[in-house]
Design a protein around this ligand. Sequence first.
Ligand SMILES: Nc1ncnc2c1ncn2[C@@H]1O[C@H](COP(=O)(O)OP(=O)(O)O)[C@@H](O)[C@H]1O
Ligand SMILES: [Mg+2]
Length: 258
Amino acid sequence: MSALLEIVGLTKSFGGLAVVEDVSFRLQEGARLALIGPNGAGKTTIFNLLCGVYPVSAGSVMFDGVDITAMPSRRRIGVGLARSFQNIRLMPHLSVTENVMLGQQARASGLRALLSPLRGSRWKTEADERLAAFGLAPYRDRLVSDLPYGIRKKIEIVRAMMAAPRVLLLDEPAAGLNPRETAELQEILASIAAEGVALLVIEHDMGLVRGLCPHCVVLNFGRKIYDGPTADVQRDDAVLEAYLGPRDSVHVETAHVA
Ligand SMILES: Nc1ncnc2c1ncn2[C@@H]1O[C@H](COP(=O)(O)OP(=O)(O)O)[C@@H](O)[C@H]1O
Ligand SMILES: [Mg+2]
């Protein structure tokens, strides 16, 4: 079966140093895949390559059978790749609804369409519906700068959904969330996946990874060291060594992966 998103031999060097090296993996339509690995392993760089923030040094990115390796980043959102960021990128001086509406820019023809009263009201309705579906209706008219971190994180995800993506890239969505907020996030992401949106999730919280993603890819020093079922990752020798170092007396039970 051909994958919705396929990266082949992806390599990225900064100043002669490879931070992503010959990485290949596939994400099937509607699937949920985690991308994990120690800090500095190259995970966020892979997202930046997928989104066209950086040009690749080598390798290719295929989306639905089309080579998008050299496609400008703005057009990638249009074909169905959306992203939420490791650090929140909302407009603090705009309301929650306005921030979410900005997420559909890729679908409309830019800011002009957003500002046209007719189109604008359609996007506003959709934004408010999506906010309500995520339990965020009470915050609609609030300024983002007034809201707690956990709420802003959810709003970022709602905004990414406004681009009507086929793949949603999430960079550490649970970072900074407490256990209750993380459980709510997992529900939200599961409902997005149930809509048929494929998820590629960078995450350190292995509870969330296990709950959401049946498969994972592990990176270490820019290279792929594991690609398989999440249920087996904590028993994999290469993964244990990446996290714990080469030691003789590693107890699997104590290994905290990610
Ligand atoms: N724009 C950049 N210029 C130079 N080095 C970078 C740049 N972006 C990332 N790196 C380096 O690439 C490596 C991988 O970073 P990153 O992809 O952010 O890791 P991760 O998300 O897995 O923690 C790090 O050593 C980081 O310093
Ligand atoms: Mg990162």
